[in-house]
Design a protein around this ligand. Structure first.
Ligand code: S3P
Length: 422
């Protein structure tokens, strides 16, 4: 399994902000993460590939980014772009952020709102707070208390990264806890960060500003969001029995596992251990007969990237699966709510979008036979190919190129498991 994308972006950014040499192993060498590596280089860090998935970063210290000589191109990656925007917002530099046609459609105002309170200023941007966007970082960053209006780890992380350069405490109050890799990495690099529960599902995260970040070793565990594709493939392709090694089982990333098990999936969680400060396990998945379930909205932050492939499992299940509260899917690499529904509908599956819910009426089998429009979205592309593994007729995709943003070895891995992808 490839390295975790969220942790890979963060390892590069923290390495670039820390004093000394950070060594990273297991880095995801997908296009999204490589773009973040290039951005760190443009901002003054020394970034060297030292072996397969092994990288070394010479950092500049908190607040020490240099003005980049050219616009920073984040390609397809909202995470890379928003996190680096946060990190740059705490530095007295001006930088231009840009990306591909998909990223240029995605909302950036949500990040600018708190970053402006911290003291950064947008100098230019496209209509509606979109890329390309030029940001002047704060000369004297101000610590803030911020309550994000949406559950978003990117937003939380942008604020915390900007807050690193501010004196005093920066606080993010989340009503629904999102992935906590930034908090964990702050502590790992020597910052003082306090996390306490907030309400039934939330957390309050407080960072003491202007820490001396010290270079660290980072071991990147396997990405549960990438593992989701061979996992669901194993459940729906008759006769399958697949073991996925060393997959991160951070509880803020395991909503899909819980949901699939509720649907009746045979998934064994084996050899639970700790690697690089994260819990990992081997996942054994066997072909299973699945039943539709109701997926509560509160679970969404723990499986936000997994809905397209869960919808594929739901289409292969018996009965109705209702996935609730998916508004945020509309602003991912594509409008993922619409793209997922279209992927199913064009392949003979009964599906409806009701408000922000996706409702799939599974019949145990998918007819297939159609070409899926992927809209520059890697997860739609991989989900459609997985659906084709057990459909009556083959399923095509219009573009496989974006798979390389997160899972460059996907097609080879699926071939090695016996999939017939031409
Ligand atoms: C990510 C956060 C999520 C997720 C993305 C990775 C991160 O985005 O969809 O793939 O690494 O922080 P949001 O924060 O916009 O929900």
């Amino acid at each position: 399994m490839p390295g975790d994308k969220s942790i890979s972006h963060r390892a590069l950014i923290f390495g670039a902000l820390a004093a000394g040499e950070t060594r990273i192993s297991g880095l995801l060498e997908g296009e999204d993460v490589i773009n973040t590596a290039k951005a760190m280089r443009a901002l003054g860090a020394t970034v060297t590939r030292t072996g397969e998935d092994a990288w070394s970063i010479g950092g500049v210290g908190v607040g020490g980014f240099a003005k980049p000589a050219h616009p920073l191109d984040f390609g397809n990656s909202g995470t890379g772009c928003r996190l680096v925007m946060g990190a740059a917002a705490g530095c007295p530099i001006t930088a231009t952020f840009d990306g591909d046609a998909s990223l240029r459609k995605r909302p950036m105002q949500r990040v600018l709102d708190p970053l402006e309170r911290i003291g950064a200023r947008p100098l230019a941007m496209a209509d509606g707070g979109r890329l390309p966007l030029t940001l002047a970082g704060a000369h004297d960053p101000i610590p803030i208390i911020y309550e994000p209006p949406v559950a978003s780890a990117q937003l939380k992380s942008a604020v915390l990264l900007a807050g690193l350069a501010a004196p005093g405490e920066t606080t993010v109050i989340e009503n629904e806890a999102t992935r906590d890799h930034t908090e964990r990495m702050l502590a790992h690099f020597g910052a003082s960060v306090r996390v306490v529960p907030h309400g039934p599902h939330g957390r309050r995260v407080t960072l003491a500003g202007q820490p001396e970040l010290r270079a660290a070793e980072v071991m990147v565990p396997a990405d549960p969001s990438s593992a989701a594709f061979p996992l669901v493939a194993a459940l729906i392709a008759p006769g399958s029995d697949v073991i996925l090694l060393g997959v991160m089982t951070n509880p803020l990333r395991t909503g899909l596992l819980s949901t699939l098990r509720e649907m009746g999936a045979t998934i064994d969680i084996l050899a639970i251990r700790s690697e690089g400060g994260e819990e990992v396990a081997d996942l054994r998945a066997r072909a299973s007969s699945l039943t539709g379930v109701d997926v509560p909205a509160e679970r969404a932050p723990t499986m936000i990237d997994e809905y397209p492939v869960l919808a594929v499992a739901a289409a292969n299940a018996g009965g109705v699966t209702r996935m609730r509260g998916l508004k945020e899917l509309r602003v991912k690499e594509s409008d993922r709510l619409a793209a997922t529904a279209a992927m199913l509908r064009h392949n003979g599956v009964e599906v409806e979008i009701v408000d922000d819910d996706l409702v799939v009426a599974g019949k145990g089998r998918v007819a297939g036979g159609s070409q899926v429009a992927t809209h520059m979205d890697h997860r739609i592309a991989m989900s459609a190919l997985v659906m084709g593994l057990s459909s009556e007729q083959p399923i095509g995709i219009d573009d496989a190129a974006f798979i390389a943003t997160s899972f460059p070895g996907f097609i080879d891995l699926m071939h090695s498991l016996g999939a017939n992808i031409a």
